[in-house]
Ligand binder design. Sequence first.
Ligand SMILES: NC(=O)c1ccc[n+]([C@@H]2O[C@H](COP(=O)([O-])OP(=O)(O)OC[C@H]3O[C@@H](n4cnc5c(N)ncnc54)[C@H](OP(=O)(O)O)[C@@H]3O)[C@@H](O)[C@H]2O)c1
Length: 334
Amino acid sequence: MGNLNEQWRLIARPDDEASVDHFEVSESEKPVPGDNEVLVRNLYLFIPPSMRLWMNEKESYFPAQQLGEVMMGITLGVVEESNSSDLEVGTYVNGMGGWQNWFVTQSDQLQPVSPHPDIPLETYRTVLDVQGLTAYQGITEVCKPKTGETLVVTAAAGSVGSLACQIGKIMGAKVIGIAGGAEKCDWLTSECGIDAAIDYKSENVAERLDELVPEGIDMIYENVGGPIMDALLDRINDHARIALCGLISSYNGGGVQSTTSLNQIVIKTARIEGFLVRDYMHEYERVIPILQDWVLSNKLKYKVEVIDGGISATIGAMSNIFHGRNKGVQLVRF
Ligand SMILES: NC(=O)c1ccc[n+]([C@@H]2O[C@H](COP(=O)([O-])OP(=O)(O)OC[C@H]3O[C@@H](n4cnc5c(N)ncnc54)[C@H](OP(=O)(O)O)[C@@H]3O)[C@@H](O)[C@H]2O)c1
């Protein structure tokens, strides 16, 4: 790497999955911080499914990625040079560092990270960061579980889903997870301690739901959408709560939702609520220590998959997510 800053710029918008052809790679001198600025070296790039949505022309919850600009990316880095009295050299920081080795920014654009000595650093860009906050707020503020109620979580072995499952359990719910493959389902039941898991790739989801939750579904933590969500909505109870966290099955284009199943929202006087973690950032300082305590006491299990290979590994890491090849939260190490 030397002192050259490798940068990946989006030059074409993908219709389906992103590939190297949608990017231009350049190298320039390491940037120099100005007054009150800091220079950050990116250590990890977090790979959320929604990064694919940022590449579309239509804005998502972020303004659309501009063509020709360095690709946006959620990073964990270290301050290498500082002209700011707020951040010392050597401080770990979370930020929007993008697909590049270094970036320069104001200190108020960064969130300092102070890792607990018994928890790996990368956990602070995943579980003990927005993923954890998303799961916690979706369960506690949108689903609002009561003891003994039934909760079904989709993409249940994913980073948000697996945390949502376990937080649901901690809150006293009966929890069913839906995930792809026996290995992921075993991990959810044996390690994460949920009541049952459905392998949507080899099992009939509707039939298994009838077996596992004959009493009906009180809460859905929805990450996927499409036919799986239809099968869940068909089985909701009166006053069910549906936390619409994401619809990953549609992110590469396509995706169909049945209006018949949506009609269940009316018939069951249910509440479906889309939510974004950015609306809960004011809870960050309160919630992350709770999650950290659960991690330390082994109440919250998680898997972080660190992928080596630098920025070029990002495309493969994104593809892993959309094909369920990821085993936990994915981070690319720069
Ligand atoms: N609302 C918010 O503020 C917020 C914040 C963060 C994330 N999210 C959303 O939360 C969801 C999960 O994100 P994450 O970071 O936890 O993802 P993740 O850990 O990367 O897991 C994604 C998983 O989704 C499953 N999947 C992918 N394509 C699928 C499809 N077509 N049908 C069914 N399952 C599919 C795969 O698991 P299988 O092997 O089980 O198929 C994959 O491993 C996404 O929809 C994301 O956009 C929302």
